[in-house]
Design a binder for this molecule. Structure first.
Ligand code: AMP
Length: 372
């Protein structure tokens, strides 16, 4: 593929915080960014200078017009329909390709793909009718196959009877039953594949969730080499061009099981903006524009990232968190995404700290968050 040089326009489907941070990285390299989404203007992405196009992902004419107006199309939101990705691909290169979205936006297709290429996952079974729940072992998790994130559309079930009830409650849509993994902790690895097949990965990181939403990322974790090999196999088999995050369970014995794939920059890679030589967002820009990938070396021995959810905002909306107190913590980096309304569970921003050890970095972000 030829290189798309700075001055070209990167079209992003989606316009949230991931698009915003991608636009910031693209703009630093001299690219223009346009974003497309149904969201209310000005979106987090448009607020940092991206040209904003408001439209539905299902309006294929609008998607086509958007693709015609840019030099390459990428995503910050993966629940875009295959039809939208195919339509865009008629007018501009789409990176990663629609086939990547097709595989990763359905949990069953994703797990079957991983199984086919020999990547370890939790045991699973497709559920198309309630009787499919009879032949599985429990406890388990029943998840809708399509369009789920942050724990939405899933239920923990202790028996076949509970699984059947949950299947009915979820509207009898196609589901996947997964064995409940007694993991020691959750981890992820953000990896990047260039259009020439080049590959780099950030270190393996630990992720702690609260209410199924990422709360804290700790960098780095031991075991990066094995995770990197898994990630490389996945990105190559999927022929990804761009960033892809592999979310993992680490068992008490240290085995890595892949939970899911996110074919885009990921919340567990936000630390890389200050914590790595090249951020995940710049890597996405480099990859989709056909440029060489950057170094993923750490800028400090330990890095941590804590999310800031809407829950931190006072309910009366007349006051705001105490930003000054948090920013008084030396070396702390604050990111806010410019979202107008602070709803419970909504990702509003994050804090990153670099330190001599990851424990110290964790203490810094947690202390700063408490001061808010
Ligand atoms: P997911 O939407 O698949 O990322 O799931 C959200 C969260 O639910 C994960 O981060 C885990 O904490 C938990 N979870 C999902 N699948 C499993 C599983 N098979 N076993 C244990 N916990 C799980």
């Amino acid at each position: 593929m030829s290189i798309l040089n700075p001055g070209a326009t990167i079209g992003v489907l989606g316009s949230g915080q991931l698009g915003r941070m991608m636009a910031q990285a693209a703009s630093r390299l001299g690219y223009h960014v346009a974003c497309f989404s149904p969201d209310a203007s000005p979106t987090p992405c448009a607020q940092v200078g991206a040209r904003e196009v408001t439209g539905s992902y299902d309006d294929l004419e609008a998607v086509a017009a958007f693709a015609k107006s840019v030099d390459v199309v990428t995503f910050e939101f993966e629940n875009v329909s295959s039809a939208a990705a195919e339509t865009a691909a008629k007018y501009a290169p789409v990176r990663p390709g629609g086939h990547v979205l097709h595989t990763t936006q359905n949990r069953l297709r994703e797990k079957r793909f991983l199984q086919k290429i020999g990547v370890p996952t939790a045991a699973f079974q497709a559920v198309e009718s309630a009787s499919d729940c009879d032949s599985f072992h429990y406890p388990a998790i029943l998840k809708t196959a399509g369009f789920g994130y942050d724990g939405k559309g899933q239920r923990k079930v202790g028996s076949a009877a509970e699984a059947k009830a949950a299947f009915l409650e979820l509207g009898e849509q196609a589901c996947i039953l997964e064995e409940l993994v007694a993991f020691a902790y959750e981890a992820s690895i953000v990896a990047v594949r260039g259009s020439d097949g080049s590959f780099v990965a950030f270190p393996l990181v630990r992720n702690d969730h609260v209410n199924h939403i990422l709360d804290l990322t700790t960098v780095p974790l031991a075991g990066s080499a094995e995770a990197e090999a898994l990630a490389q196999g996945i990105l190559e088999a999927l022929e990804v061009v761009g960033v892809l995050c592999v979310e993992l369970f680490v068992t008490p014995e240290g085995q890595l099981l892949v939970n899911e794939l996110a074919p885009r920059p990921h919340n567990s890679g936000h630390w890389s903006i200050e914590g790595a030589a090249t951020s995940q967002f710049e890597q996405q820009v480099r990859a989709v524009c056909g440029l060489p990938l950057g170094s993923t070396a750490l800028r400090a021995p330990g890095v941590a990232m804590a999310n800031l959810l809407g829950d931190l905002w006072p309910a009366d909306e007349t006051s705001a968190p105490d930003w000054a107190a948090a920013l008084a913590v030396p070396g702390l980096h604050l990111h806010l995404y410019g979202k107008a309304q602070a709803r419970k569970g909504r990702k509003m921003g994050h804090l990153t700290a670099l330190a001599a050890t990851s424990e110290e970095a964790v203490q810094m972000v947690l202390r700063a968050r408490q001061l808010l």
